[in-house]
Design a protein around this ligand. Structure first.
Ligand code: TXE
Length: 491
């Protein structure tokens, strides 16, 4: 990276200390972690990792701050959240560049992650002074019967590395709007933009300790989940980790909401706009975040009659993709997040070839040349994949997609639903009746028709089946962070 690019990238300003109760904390009990920049395979900072001691300190600070937060008028809390949205928007360039340093998401898309967080913060600010309870008649004595929603208190939010800014929008915003204090635990693989967000919370005047940011690995996450002072956990990540978290939370019966992985189908019908369908399939599949997205359309089901025409266009889009330095504004796809991810993804590809789970059409190798230092993997497409193979059932979380053919609509729906996941689905058709019919038949929390994945604050996002139980966005997203109380006053 040239020096000018480095200075543009703000590489020398990356935050590395934990943020607890408004203090920058170093010398933490979780130790230190040498963060590797996925483009170079070299360290770009050494960060603090939270351990038991820091989690306990954060819980104490959060409890104190939550009492101060909920004692404010709703209007004051609303205005502070609006100020927070304004400040995030004003800092979008720094946050977006830090997000590139986090996990090498392309700068073409990184500001979008920040602005998604800003839109959720602004949206939930609007709920603060409008979230109402209700009252219902229960007796002939005119008893007062109130149904109210109250905050949990201190919420632990565990975020994946691929959506640090996105999770701040989806989960931190509604948690604050519902009146909670937050302990945000980003992955050690993406600490920088969350830590900067924590600083912004203090700069706009939120009570110190209302938002604590504790990057760590599994150990710090486990310490957070088992802490008796945590009133609710919201976890975004993989299913295996969710199982561990639910087990860790069980001694205290701490409630856990989950937003998990997916193996989403993208159904391309013969009446689709094939040029658009090819572009969407490329972005929803291998190109967007190098396939490292829970919403990845990793199973592309194509109606036989348009299969050749679609594949020609789809492979053409992939072949024309610019792959390289994520700070270059023209780059469409960057590296995957780590050496471990590289090894895992390539072993999935090798096994799929060895066991003939499908036919490798393009890609499947680590990229060389001037990309050889980084964790770059070619956009990879398998055709005629067996839907029951591990290639089609296990989340790859990389730039690898499976293409399958179908003849009848009912066959496509059956294929799409034949998975343990149910996060989202994509549908390419210009037939309005088919759009309604198929969208209702698909077993997933979101269905996007002729549209890329687009998480908006007005709409609840979350999974069916093993893609999780939580919802982010809309009023459902606010209720995720409230508990319901009934008050009855006998007259
Ligand atoms: O997940 P991991 P990753 C999913 C995506 C994929 C996964 C990738 O589909 O499955 O996230 O992210 C912490 N106790 N989503 O690799 O390993 C860990 O430190 C407590 C779905 O990060 O599950 C990290 O902070 N915490 C999503 C977080 O859990 C533990 C959108 C996730 O780690 C822990 C984005 C433990 N035992 C990604 N072990 C959606 N549905 O919206 C790890 N952690």
């Amino acid at each position: 990276m040239t020096h000018s690019a480095k200075s543009e990238a703000l590489a020398d300003t990356l935050p590395t200390a934990l943020l607890i109760g408004g203090d920058q904390v170093t010398g933490s009990s979780g130790g230190r972690y040498e963060h590797i920049y996925p483009v170079t395979g070299q360290p770009n900072a050494t960060i603090e990792l939270a351990g038991d001691v820091e989690v306990d300190r954060a819980v104490k600070a959060a409890k104190e701050a939550q009492r101060e937060w909920i004692a404010m008028t709703p209007a004051r809390r609303r205005d502070l959240m609006i100020d927070l949205a304004d400040a995030v928007k004003a800092d979008v360039d720094r946050l977006a560049r830090y997000n590139v340093h986090d996990f090498a998401v392309t700068y073409m898309t990184s500001p979008g992650h920040v602005m998604l967080a800003e839109s959720f913060i602004r949206y939930y600010a609007g709920w603060v002074d409008k979230s109402t309870g209700s009252s219902t008649p229960v007796s002939d004595k005119f008893d007062v019967n109130l149904i109210e929603r109250e905050p949990y208190g201190v919420v632990g939010i565990i975020a994946p590395w691929n959506g640090s800014m996105v999770v701040i929008g989806l989960n931190v915003a509604p948690a604050l709007a519902a009146g909670n204090a937050v302990i945000l635990k980003p992955s050690e693989l993406s600490p920088f933009s969350p830590l900067r967000f924590g600083e912004i919370c203090l700069e706009v005047g939120l009570p110190a300790g209302l938002v604590n940011v504790l990057p760590s690995g599994p150990e710090g996450g486990e310490a957070l989940v088992r802490h008796p002072g945590i009133d609710k956990i919201h976890f975004t990540g993989g299913g295996d980790t969710a199982r561990k978290i639910i087990a860790t939370a069980s001694p205290n019966l701490t409630p856990v909401a989950t937003e998990l992985g997916g193996k989403s189908a993208n159904l391309v019908f013969d009446d689709a706009d094939l040029d658009q369908a090819a572009i969407l399939a490329a972005w929803q599949g291998p190109l967007g975040q190098s396939g490292q997205s829970c919403a990845c359309g990793s199973r592309i089901l194509v109606q036989n009659s348009v299969y050749d025409a679609f594949m020609e266009r789809f492979l053409g889009v992939l072949g024309a993709a610019t792959i390289g330095d994520p700070f270059d504004p023209s780059t469409m796809m960057g590296p995957v997040v780590s050496q471990a991810a590289t090894d895992r993804i390539l072993s999935i590809v090798d096994r799929a070839v060895d066991e003939k789970m499908g036919t490798l059409i393009t890609g499947g190798r680590r990229m060389g040349g001037d990309l050889s230092e980084g964790f770059f993997i070619e956009p990879t497409v398998f055709a005629d994949v067996d839907n029951r193979s591990s290639l089609a059932t296990v989340e790859t979380f990389g730039p690898v997609v499976s293409v399958m053919r179908f003849t009848e609509e009912s066959e496509a729906v059956a294929l799409a639903n034949d998975t343990t996941f149910g996060l989202n689905a994509f549908l390419q058709t210009t037939d309005l009746r088919r759009a309604h019919r198929v969208a209702r038949a698909l077993q997933s929390g979101s269905v996007w028709v002729n549209q890329n994945s687009d998480i908006q604050p007005q709409s609840p996002y979350g999974g069916y089946k093993q893609s999780g139980s939580g919802r982010a966005g809309g009023l459902e997203g606010l209720h995720e962070f409230q508990q319901v109380k009934n008050i009855r006053i006998g007259m």
